[in-house]
Design a protein around this ligand. Structure first.
Ligand code: DAH
Length: 344
């Protein structure tokens, strides 16, 4: 039995040495050796089990020797394990070397759609002037989209806006102007709101028409609001959006919900007013409709037109962006061709 114990010690020593010369996973091999020599079913345990057959004098001697062998083998294995782990760490550091001077991989970040970018800019300009944002439904009652805006059922102005009807009383809104009515019904003046959003018209698609497009409505109601306030506000807006040299002009027009009404042009920023291809030789480009809110519309919403007055405007966001970036075809906005979108 004594020999057997000495043999176990020798074998453990040899096998650990071999393991430490191994190139593979050293610590795993060492762990297996620990199980083999010291584990519950290991060689040393097997010898200790046989001690029952020893005589009373032999038992303490062999017992002591067995304990010595166990602690020696344990020490060997602990040390071998540390060596193995150190070796493996160094291997890892050597093979996984990182070259921090290598060029990085560029991450291609997405961007906001040009319509969204400029719409945000427009919103910021008006927020800076003290406006709040109002929202309204895209599926709208005929009542708000037309009737409350002084466009009764048989009014010729309906023909100029090819409407998608859901039924006799419900439409896809053809303009953001119904939000004016919804706001005035609920709010006492002073009112200062803008309302950007989608509108729908049954138009065939071409370079300047789309059945879906975006507008931004503006409405100001208070005591003593005049056409001069409208002009001043829009002038400031144009300068902020197109640069300090931007000029605007108001042309008389007609909208059923404003009196007087105007169409507003900006001086062509491509040619500065001389006339070019972009402005079709005119020197001016129309960007919006506007006017003083019709007394009938104010009264319909419970606002006394003898006390209050207001101005309103509605602009096509696609147009404003077209003019800002020199885009000549509306369809480009909706096709989402990355070659187009990448430019903004
Ligand atoms: N809603 C009109 C349109 O879609 C634009 C417009 C004109 C809005 C005059 C207004 C306004 O608020 O006062 O063509």
């Amino acid at each position: 039995m004594k020999e057997k114990l000495e043999q176990i010690e020798r074998m453990a020593r040899e096998e650990i040495e071999t393991a430490l010369a191994h190139n593979g996973n050293r610590s795993e091999i060492i762990e297996n050796l620990r199980v083999k020599f010291l584990g519950k079913k290991g060689e040393l345990t097997a010898v200790l089990r046989g001690m029952g057959s020893l005589s009373a004098e032999e038992r303490p001697q062999i017992g002591q020797l067995a304990n010595e062998v166990r602690s020696k083998v344990e020490q060997l294995i602990d040390k071998a394990k540390k060596d193995a782990e150190e070796f493996e760490l160094n291997e890892k550091l050597r093979t996984e070397e990182l070259d921090v001077t290598m060029p990085g991989k560029r991450r291609i970040a997405g961007k906001l759609h040009p319509l969204t970018q400029i719409a945000n800019e427009m919103i910021d300009i008006f927020i800076g002037l003290g406006f709040q944002i109002a929202d309204g439904p895209e599926v709208e009652y005929d009542y708000y989209n037309f009737e409350m805006l002084n466009i009764p059922k048989d009014h010729p102005a309906r023909d100029t806006q090819d409407t998608f009807y859901i039924n006799d009383n419900i439409v896809l809104r053809t303009q953001t102007s119904p939000v004016q009515v919804r706001v005035m019904e609920k709010t006492k003046p002073p009112i200062r709101v803008i309302s950007p959003g989608r509108v729908y018209r049954s138009d065939a698609v071409d370079a300047t028409h789309s059945p879906l497009f975006n507008q931004m409505e503006g409405l100001v109601v208070d005591k003593g609001i005049t056409m001069a306030d409208l002009k001043g506000t829009l002038e400031l807006f144009a300068k902020r959006l197109y640069g300090e040299n931007a000029k605007i002009r108001l042309r008389p027009h007609h909208f059923p919900f404003t009196e007087p009404s105007a169409e507003v042009d900006v001086c062509c920023f491509s040619c500065g007013g001389k006339g070019c291809r972009l402005c079709k030789g005119e020197g001016w480009i129309e960007i919006l409709g506007a006017g003083m809110v019709h007394p009938k519309v104010l009264a319909g919403c419970g606002i006394d037109p003898e006390i209050y007055s207001g101005f309103a405007f509605g602009m096509g966001i696609e147009r404003v962006v077209m003019r800002r970036f020199n885009i000549n075809d509306l369809r480009l906005y909706y096709e989402n061709d990355v070659r187009f979108l990448k430019q903004f």
